[in-house]
Design a protein around this ligand. Sequence first.
Ligand SMILES: [Zn+2]
Length: 628
Amino acid sequence: MGDPQPDEPLAAATPGNQNPDGAPDTVVVQYPLLHPGTAPRSLEAIRAGIATVSGFRYNCARMNAGVTAIVLSSCLMPHHPACNASGLPQADLLVVNANVRTMDPEQPRAEAVAIAGNRIAAVGDQAAVRALAGKNTRVINARGRLLLPGFNDAHVHFLSGGFQLSNVDLRDARTPGEFTERLRQFAAQIPEGRWITGGDWDHESWPGAPLPTRTLVDTAVPHRPVFVSRLDGHMALANSLALKQAGITRDTPTPPGGLIVRDPATGEPTGILKDAAMGLVTRIIPAPTRDEKLAAARAATRHAASLGVTSVQDMSANEDVGVYQELLERGQLDTRIYAFWPLPQFEKLAAIGVRAGFGNPMLRIGGLKGFSDGSLGSTTAWFFEPYNDAPDTRGLATDEMMPEGAMLARVRTATAAGLQIAIHAIGDRANHEILTVFEQGTPPPATREARCRIEHAQHLRPADIPRFAHSRVIASMQPYHCADDGRWAEKRIGPGRARTTYAFRSLLDSGATLAFGSDWTVAPLNPLLGIAAAVTRQTLDGRNPDGWIPDQKITVEEAVRAFTIGSATAEFQERLKGTLAPGKLADLILLDRDVFTITPAEIANTKVLLTIVDGRVVCEAAGFAEKP
Ligand SMILES: [Zn+2]
């Protein structure tokens, strides 16, 4: 963690001291109403002051007397400008008449929330919260709708997401005709000479699943270079102009680790390039400019706000942190970002003494992302036993795992330097090996919490499941993948191994911390789709109406926790975010229906009406908010 920021409760700066149940042990009440220069009072006087604001939950044990005294003394002075006519501290924003689910076990339900500055000032019943209204307080009537802590997506690729939003969308084009039509329309809107990339097409959903060819694109977009990828990123389609600019002809040799698909009759490239061959084109595509990156980041943060995602943990932020900083300085960053850096380059951060969580609550760095294996879709996820449909392979460990012992040495040194480590592991062997690396490479949990994370934790041997809780390794998982891979995973790994695939139930029952995310752009950013997937375990093809491996279903409450307090815990921020409680950052969302009571099938259709980040309304459905 970084040093305490001046506008942050002191407790937030000392991870590792939380109560056994993970609840915050210190809440600084009325914190944002701090007025410098007012005389501090005794702790007794403060508590007396608190007691006058009845109906709220205050958990003030071990409160910092110095800080809080200044805070509350201002409210005890009858005519102080921060107080309303009743002498109570005045909030900036109230959300009243709400169905509040706090995700805080100490006070799970409430009717209203008061916000002062960027913090939650009070959570309680209608009358008590309304008592904090002053003449400048905005009051939002939630009309009984569900109010939750903002969603925290523990695994995104945020800038790529922003670029995807500004690229052509081919993901749900159902026929080759629709595919070309979307390309033609998109090309008409963009400047001359600009490449058309992204797309995320999926020929598997076309009738007969034919691979597209360059001639399909050439008819629609002849005069601009096009290089659009399949959604798994393992192949892409170039039009003739792009092939020409890249110098790819029938005489171009096939690069190692790649494939240039050729017409069997003529030998001419069809436009489809697989894996390493994609590099022949990508290397000539101009890198995005700073302005294009800023535009992508802005698009990403707006999209997140519209979906109630108030925090993201960006697994591929790398050297683009400066783009987010610029957005923050311009007042355009509406999403809190925890930025990850490639694990093999940890020395760059360690050398300057940066530790996990350096920055401020809007933008933090100090997480490291590593890779131990590939993916199930490409048969490179690393298993103990061979693939059922490819018996000659058990998948592959990545080069980061070589030579033997390299990953352990890196984890040991980076953890000792105070950085936080998240490693991608999909196959059961990869998960097994990384759990061992974490157990051997980090101090025992009782000494100092490293909070190492396994990203995906997709296929686990039953014996490895309890190791997450035992070694305090966070299971950072993306439930939407379950709905997606569930269509075909069993043909790859068979029914036995499938039983502990996306083992949400078993992990929670074993006491593990589950942090949910989307893996946007691999899957949609919308957390409600993830919650629906975790609760129903239905697959996208509709073939598992009662759920695929239904034993691993979890409840709505558990899924929402994994998307809020679970993911906050995964980034050492559980004292500042993840539940609605006084003193916490004011990140709240209002939904158009109650996901706890509607049928699971309806969850995916739920919309976000209002998103508040850092005390600011950053997204609001038209006509919803009003002054009652
Ligand atoms: Zn990812």
